[in-house]
Design a protein around this ligand. Structure first.
Ligand code: LLP
Length: 423
């Protein structure tokens, strides 16, 4: 993180956060562009070192925007999209469809048609029902579609249960254990309009180390070999953790990728199986720590012997993760580096008691209305999960570089809020 204090005030790449706030208004999401690029390069470098053939796709659900997608192309990243909306945004950004793959546990007919017409590299198939649908639509369009199957390996990642995906009781993937995965492979292989391409798994998100991934790799190779299935691509998903607070460990990318790629080599050797192309789908680890949110402080309410509520000019409309996952964040007062001597709760301005950014956090008692708060590590799953609840406006997003800042998403205006209303 290139965030440092100069004369007490927070700056990013030397640029004053107060100046940014005055220029773009709050709430404002600010990204350190160099850090996003650096995260992409760390994954590339680590995979290059393994000597394996690989592909990295950014999981666009973490933060979707035209300018980010352009940046991803510059950094030789592919894209993982999960809806017609994400795919549309990617196409509008000029992204090469041949480096996009299409996910989702319930792809609609409209989505399948659009993705086929767009020419995505492959579909990640998630159900037997979907095989039928894609096969039928591909036949109508006289196309052959590359099919990767999302398998459920039955491995539980140690993370919040809402972002776990690999356990047996999951809406994602087809189970290796109960035989549905192999049934799906056979159906795909028998189809005239599907090209059997590979296997995908994703065991969860915000995973701190490679243990679960490695366990899954051995399960998958064992299954492939026992069933005599050949694949071109093995996609191991995303889920690499970031640091929100001291309770977290940022995924050790270099070390973790080395361990994972060694495990792939070892599993392939043990099973006398050729090593396929390896695909990764990191989302949070690419953009999460690079992003931060600036808010203006408004009302400060002290309830004697109970709590101090510091309210800001955004809330769960742009920051839902605390309400949804009891997520924790670090928060800094931008203007001054005063001692953090006051326990308080930073609250949003929406009409819900659960609209909290952080409970029981220490901030300077000198904090006053008009000051600016900076919430760290809000680059992933904040803007992309934002809403217009309470008719709140979605914030602007800015990329900051060494000596420039550039607007990548404009703040919504009031007219956006009624744009679809029938007047
Ligand atoms: N690939 C697949 C198939 C996924 O389902 C996901 C995330 C990723 C890749 C990227 O995972 P990442 O590297 O970003 O952890 N809203 C939640 C996270 C949901 C993740 C959903 N899938 C949050 O704010 O923590």
């Amino acid at each position: 993180m290139n965030l440092i204090r100069k004369n007490g005030e927070l700056t990013l790449h030397g640029q004053s956060m107060v100046t940014l706030k005055n220029k773009y208004k709050t709430p404002l999401i600010v990204y350190d562009e160099a850090m996003i690029r650096n995260q992409c390069r760390r994954f590339h470098q680590s995979l290059k070192q393994s000597g394996l053939i690989y592909n990295i796709s950014y999981a666009s659900k973490a933060f979707t925007s035209i300018q980010l997608f352009k940046l991803m192309q510059e950094e030789q990243m592919g894209l993982d999209v999960v809806s017609i909306g994400e795919l549309y945004t990617a196409i509008q950004s000029g992204f090469d469809p041949n480096h996009i793959h299409f996910h989702g546990n319930n792809k609609t007919i409209e989505e399948i048609e659009y993705a086929i017409e767009s020419g995505v590299e492959y579909f990640v198939i998630d159900s037997l029902h979907e095989i039928e649908n894609i096969q039928r639509i591909a036949q109508q369009k006289n196309k052959t579609i590359n099919a990767v199957l999302r398998v459920n390996p039955g491995v539980e990642a140690h993370t919040h249960e809402f972002i776990q995906t690999g356990q047996e009781d999951s809406k994602f993937g087809l189970s290796i254990k109960n035989g549905q995965a192999i049934e799906a492979v056979h159906q795909i292989q028998q189809s005239n309009h599907l090209n059997w391409y590979g296997v995908h798994f994703h065991i969860g998100s915000q995973i701190f180390d490679s243990t679960g991934t490695i366990e899954t790799i051995y399960i998958v190779f064992d299954w492939l070999q026992k069933n005599n299935i050949q694949i071109q691509v093995l996609n191991i998903g995303g889920g690499f953790s970031i640091r929100y607070t001291d309770e977290d460990v940022a995924y050790p990318i270099e070390d973790g990728i080395q361990k994972i790629t060694e495990a792939i080599k070892d599993a392939a050797q043990q099973h006398h199986y050729p090593i396929p192309e390896i695909a990764l789908e990191p989302g949070r680890s690419i953009v999460g720590e690079a992003g931060m949110t600036l808010y203006d402080v408004g009302t400060i309410k002290s309830i004697p012997n109970v709590n101090n509520y510091v309210s800001i000019d955004g809330g769960m409309s742009d920051h839902i993760r605390t309400a949804l996952y009891q997520a924790k964040y670090e928060i800094e007062l931008v203007e001054r580096d005063d001692a953090k001597d006051m326990k308080c709760t930073v609250a949003g301005k929406l009409c819900e008691s659960g609209d909290i950014i952080q409970r029981n956090i220490m901030l300077p008692s000198t904090i006053k209305s008009g000051d600016t708060l900076l919430v760290k590590s809000t680059g992933a799953y904040h803007y992309s999960m934002s809403s217009n609840y309470n008719q709140m406006l979605k914030p602007a997003v800015v990329f900051v570089n060494q000596d420039t800042d550039r607007l990548v998403i404009k703040r919504q205006t009031l007219s956006h809020l009624i744009a679809n209303d029938v007047l």
